[in-house]
Write a protein that binds this ligand. Structure first.
Ligand code: FUC
Length: 319
């Protein structure tokens, strides 16, 4: 149907997604850079696959079977998005494929034992598939030879206005989520689950992104006047995430088999250079990072994403 997705094998990075607005104007709806050098220097994770562990791990430390592990501290004293050389900063092997009704790229990478501090050699396969129903599916698979952590996501920043014409404050988001994880001052989950009822975190019937920018909610203020929070999802995998830009008429529906989505409203998007000719600024893009709950390894009451030796990690998100 004329939809186009571009990606590179550095970080499995999605560089462009070109889709029509209501008048049939094809424009790009994700943030990215013109050159490889900017991706290499970049610290915003534009379009990249994240791992081994998406999100922050408190003190960059955790225990597995009584053995303490220390990860790279790349975000204050915490670990963020797999460290300095996370999956977003390595070269993957890429193989493209095409059939009658779909086209895509299969990426593979083996993360060595000790990478960024994680135990085990982990073999990974990430597949991007675009089909004739305008659906992009991301499949993640992993296997380890030693017990480790694995919680992957894709870090695309969406802006449905097209070619970054406007920021995302007038986008409306609907999330089938009754609760979210409270964050501490360093944006790491405290482990406390809060109810969305009656707050600016209630996206169940749709809410403008602007709500977070204007909110007096202490959690929105701490996230830099917006959102940077894990929302817990149900088990139905039924259009649980829906983003809409009323002005362009573009919509994005996401279904995932993951336990959560980290909704980040781009509150730190200030000093990231020119994004396809547009100076980076707050709220220019929105991340909807489907994943297991961040830092679950340090909060045993949250669903675990510890990967056992010879067990298969498998996760799917459809856009
Ligand atoms: C998101 C956020 C972080 C960070 C990063 C670039 O996933 O959770 O706070 O700013 O991306």
């Amino acid at each position: 149907n004329g939809i186009e997705i571009s990606c590179i094998n550095y970080g499995c990075t999605i560089t462009k997604i070109i889709v029509p607005d209501r008048n049939g104007n094809y424009e790009n709806i994700v943030l990215g850079y013109e050159t490889f050098e900017e991706y290499e220097k970049g610290t915003a994770y534009f379009g990249a696959v994240i791992g081994r562990a998406a999100g922050r791990i408190k003190g960059a430390a955790f225990d597995l079977d009584g053995i303490p592990y220390q990860l790279q501290q790349n975000n204050n004293r915490n670990h963020l998005h797999g460290g300095f050389e996370g999956f977003h900063k390595v070269l993957w092997t890429a193989e493209s494929f095409e059939t009658d009704n779909k086209a895509g790229v299969k990426f593979t990478y083996t993360s060595p034992n000790g990478e960024a501090g994680y135990p085990g050699n982990v073999s990974l396969v990430v597949t991007y598939t675009l089909d004739n129903f305008d659906e992009l599916t991301i499949d993640y698979h992993g296997q380890t030879d030693q017990k480790t952590l694995l919680n992957m996501t894709n870090h695309s920043y969406f802006n449905l206005s097209g070619n970054l014409k406007r920021d995302t404050l007038k986008h409306s988001l609907t999330l089938k989520s009754n609760s979210f994880l409270e964050l501490d001052q360093e944006l790491v989950p405290t482990g406390t689950i809060q109810d969305v009822e009656g707050t600016d975190f209630d996206f169940r019937i749709g809410r403008l992104i602007q709500s977070g920018a204007e909110s007096g909610h202490q959690q929105c203020i701490l996230a830099g006047k917006g959102y940077d929070h894990p929302f817990l999802l149900g088990v139905n995998h039924d259009q649980e995430i829906f983003l809409e830009d009323p002005e362009s008429g573009r919509t994005l529906t996401i279904e995932t088999d993951e336990a959560a989505v980290v909704f980040y409203s781009g509150t730190q998007l200030t000093s990231h250079g020119e994004i396809y000719g547009v100076p980076s600024r707050k709220y220019l893009g929105i991340c909807l990072e489907t994943q297991g709950l961040p830092d679950a390894v340090n909060h045993p009451h949250l669903p675990s994403w510890i990967l056992d030796k010879d067990k298969e990690y498998s996760s799917k998100t459809k856009y």
